[in-house]
Design a protein. Structure first.
Length: 115
């Protein structure tokens, strides 16, 4: 079992930045990867970014490439999402996940980007 606690969401103007954090506890020694999804009102949940826990390899959705950066601290069992040049269309609830054999999800954190 893995428990995830997200932080760092909020309200920001277009062009601004936010940094999300997701702290994991439990069976973190067995993690395959961690990452972020988001869900905007009326839309399906979509992948944003992933990082492998051991190798640190990253992957991004096209919408995140060049603006968002995912990183992790193994010592702190935490994954981060640095979001720059935010746009109103980035407004969504951002969910952290951790994958062992199944995905575990955080409770979500609201990101609102005003125009």
């Amino acid at each position: 079992q893995v428990r995830l606690v997200e932080s760092g969401g909020g309200l920001v103007q277009a062009g601004g930045s936010l940094r999300l954090a997701c702290a994991a506890s439990g069976r973190t020694f067995s993690l395959d990867d961690m990452g972020w999804y988001r869900q905007a009102p009326g839309k399906e949940r979509e992948h944003v970014a992933t990082i492998t826990w051991i190798g640190g390899r990253t992957s991004y959705a096209d919408s995140a490439k060049g603006r968002f950066s995912i990183s992790r601290s193994i010592a702190a069992n935490t994954v981060y999402l640095q979001m720059n040049s935010l746009k109103p269309e980035d407004t969504a609830i951002y969910y952290c996940y951790a994958r062992l054999t199944v995905k575990y999800w955080g409770q979500g954190t609201q990101v609102t980007v005003s125009s």
